[in-house]
Design a protein around this ligand. Structure first.
Ligand SMILES: [Zn+2]
Length: 325
């Protein structure tokens, strides 16, 4: 489905085979050219769908001259490789996203790093291997592509007669950016802010200094101050009332973080053990991806509590453990 969100500016809804069921790409049109913001996922029918939607406005995928990526998760960049092959489009992303992309291209190394990281957080070998399978699956959906330019924070980019500002919004993932169209007072938000669910946060397994929750909250504060009337997210309907939505998301994280603090005792526990305590019997019905997400969540809140000095981290052997102070 394609719909016009502003003059010569379109939202294209593409299929996604899991969870949210769909992902949006956005197309800005000027003369013969299209700037595409995120690409959708490479799944059967997605490319044909994009082609058919562009055809209804008199364009084709070969018209794509530029691809801008909010981040390099598979649902946002999956078709970047094939589109670039077809149209020779120039591709733009943040330098940190480029780093994340290069990790996915060296999958053996990524898996090695994941084994070290999750073992250090107390994940038993069988569960580490389940996580490795998830990472292999995710990596296989990240295409190769050439990067032409790195986006800079608060940089103004021009496309034909339009201009937009790049806003760095690390949190959902390191390297995430949003695109702000001042004249239209609209934000292409990627997965920084979504209407129905709080965006997932996950560790950067190469960089444990990266604090997902504090970074995310800071990134929310950045967009909160901007004159934005309408948010166009990567998933779900566009919405106004961004400030209210930001308050809801903040409250959600505060609640989850506090709930986690409650289960911590003086007895040190690993991230995996804390996660098991929190999800309890519910885990029996969960698939490996859901368990992986719950583990990531636990990591994110434990690290935030540690950052605040609210809990204590100790290294026992080669495993990290956390206790109430
Ligand atoms: Zn997404």
């Amino acid at each position: 489905m394609i719909s016009e969100i502003s003059d010569n500016f379109y939202r294209i809804t593409l299929p996604m085979p899991f969870r949210l069921r769909h992902v949006h790409a956005y197309a800005l049109v000027d003369g013969k050219n299209i700037a595409l913001f995120d690409t959708g996922m490479i799944v059967p029918g997605a490319l044909e769908k994009l082609e058919a939607d562009l055809e209804t406005i008199g364009y084709s995928t070969e018209s794509i001259s530029d691809i801008y990526l909010t981040h390099v998760h598979t649902d946002h960049c999956g078709m970047a490789g094939i589109l670039q092959e077809r149209s020779k489009a120039h591709l733009h992303l943040s330098e940190v996203s480029q780093q994340v992309h290069s990790y996915f291209q060296r999958v053996e190394e990524l898996i090695g790093q994941a084994r070290i990281f999750f073992t250090k957080h107390g994940v038993p070998p069988r569960d580490v291997e389940a996580i490795v399978e998830e990472i292999e699956d995710v990596s296989s959906r990240i295409p190769k592509f050439e990067v032409q330019t790195f986006l800079q924070d608060h940089e103004i980019r021009h496309f034909g007669s339009r201009s937009f500002e790049v806003i760095f919004t690390p949190g959902h993932v390191a390297g995430h950016v949003c695109f702000f169209f001042r004249e239209e007072r609209l934000l292409l938000a990627g997965d920084h802010i979504l209407p129905y669910i709080p965006p997932s946060l996950s560790p950067n397994i190469y960089d444990e200094v990266f604090q997902p929750l504090p970074s995310y909250l800071e990134s929310l504060a950045v967009i909160e101050k901007m004159p934005i009337d309408t948010v166009y997210p990567g998933h779900g309907n566009s919405f106004s009332g961004m400030k209210e939505r930001i308050r809801e998301i903040r409250a959600h994280h505060e609640l989850k973080k506090e709930a986690l603090r409650q289960v911590l005792t003086a007895q040190p526990k690993t991230t995996f053990e804390v996660c098991s305590d929190v999800i309890g019997d519910a885990a029996a019905n969960w698939d490996d991806w859901e368990k992986f997400m719950a583990l990531n969540d636990t990591y994110v809140y434990l690290q935030a509590l540690k950052h605040e000095g609210a809990i204590q981290e100790t290294l026992l052997g080669s495993v990290l453990r956390y206790a109430a102070v």
